[in-house]
Design a protein around this ligand. Structure first.
Ligand SMILES: N[C@@H](CCC(=O)N[C@@H](CS)C(=O)NCC(=O)O)C(=O)O
Length: 279
């Protein structure tokens, strides 16, 4: 693996802090995509952990525009952000971060994040999302960008299974929950607790969606990744959501998910462990 250059040590990666121990509770899918991309490229960086209620303020203080909007059109300030003082770059979207890393470090670490491949996963059975996704931008990696949007949409349609278990830090739990309640237009935190028949239905929908997504992983079964033994950013995109599910689903359900469809997603999760170090 290529050794990180001295200048790259200046990179700072911003993620959302959950309750201690942070390294095992962090569960935001988009920051996870970037963490795995940084580790894939084997570049040096440090993480700045931002308390959930401070995300907007931190992003604005860095003089960065929002890359996402709420349903009512107001700005939704998000992480991850990557700051590279070496090139005077501030990047505030996980897909842009992956493209930036690929451009700056084309051959480092595990190699190309964007090897050519067909990523024809379409998710079209969902309901409109409570918070719309970011618009896609021209990146030169259209197939990956489309896949990122489809995967985000597919998993976002199932966050109802995960929200109630969000591991907020006790120091800001009340404010964090209040913000979730406000966004969802609900009355209390208990309203996020989906149980019984409604939960089983949503779980079945998740299982079917993963079955469709899993078909792409059956084209090359020589390894856990879409291209067999060679990981790419597409695997990291799915892996970010697997990380969220591992932390926020009840343990027995996470074990079920790992085993669905012949264990495709359990194997993917395990295969990505080598890029999952929290630094
Ligand atoms: N398109 C953006 C979306 C980023 C995003 O939605 N980040 C979420 C975490 S996964 C966030 O920062 N949420 C802050 C909040 O909910 O207040 C990206 O890929 O970076």
């Amino acid at each position: 693996m290529a050794a990180p250059s001295k200048s790259s040590e200046a990179m700072i990666f911003y993620d959302i802090a959950m309750r201690p121990p942070i390294a095992s509770t962090c569960c935001s899918p988009n920051p996870w995509k970037s963490r795995m991309a940084l580790n894939f490229k084997n570049v040096a960086y440090s993480t700045t952990w931002v308390p959930f209620p401070d995300v907007a303020q931190v992003r604005r203080a860095l003089d960065m525009d929002a890359c996402r909007k709420f349903g009512d059109g107001t700005n939704f300030y998000t992480l991850p952000i990557l700051i590279d003082s070496d090139t005077n770059s501030k990047i505030g979207d996980s897909f842009d971060i992956a493209v930036y890393l690929q451009t700056k470090y084309p051959n480092s670490g595990s190699g190309n994040l964007f090897p050519p491949q067909k990523l024809d996963f379409v998710f079209d059975q969902g309901v409109p999302l409570l918070i719309p996704l970011s618009d896609q931008k021209e990146s030169g990696y259209g197939e990956y960008s489309q896949f990122n949007t489809s995967v985000d949409e597919a998993f976002s349609n199932h966050v109802g299974l995960m929200a109630h278990n969000f591991p907020f830090d006790p120091v800001n739990m009340e404010a964090s929950r209040a913000e979730f309640i406000r966004r969802a237009g609900l009355k209390s935190w208990d309203d996020f607790d989906i149980q019984g028949e409604k939960r089983e239905k949503l779980k079945e929908s998740l299982r079917l969606m993963l079955g469709d997504l899993g078909k792409l992983f059956l084209r090359d079964t020589s390894g856990p990744f879409l291209l067999g033994e060679q990981a790419s950013y597409a695997d990291l995109i799915v892996g970010g959501w697997l990380r969220m599910m591992r932390v926020t689903l009840p343990e027995n359900e996470w074990e079920e998910v790992r085993g669905w469809h012949g264990g495709i997603f359990g194997r993917l999760y395990d295969g990505l462990e080598k890029y999952a170090e929290v630094k």
